[in-house]
Design a protein around this ligand. Sequence first.
Ligand code: FES
Length: 121
Amino acid sequence: MPEIKAKNPDQAAEQRRFTRLRMCVNFRAGDLLPSCGARGAKELQPVLTEKLAARGDFLSLEPVHCMGKCHAGPTLKLLPGGPFLLGAQAADVDRLLDLLEAESYDEAAAAFPDPARVGGE
Ligand code: FES
């Protein structure tokens, strides 16, 4: 008897290479030390949360406090084992989610690059 494959969002999510999006929400006031919150994460988080929900939460968002990329944030990281996505602002969410929903991870990493990997900051 042929196997019947059920189609449901949970199974679709499990088949994705990356299922979680870790997001730094650390905020340091003042200019002495940079932080993702001060660089746009504060505005990014609610927009990302809302728009991910509108797309069926194909990634689960995991807020954390610091991933060591404070100078280049807001810092996002695809899990498990995915690339950092750096510097996305609230206005970039539609573009970012289009890429991630399409599983265009290399393109997303190129659009929001880690300066340490491209010789930037
Ligand atoms: S404050 Fe976000 S990575 Fe450090």
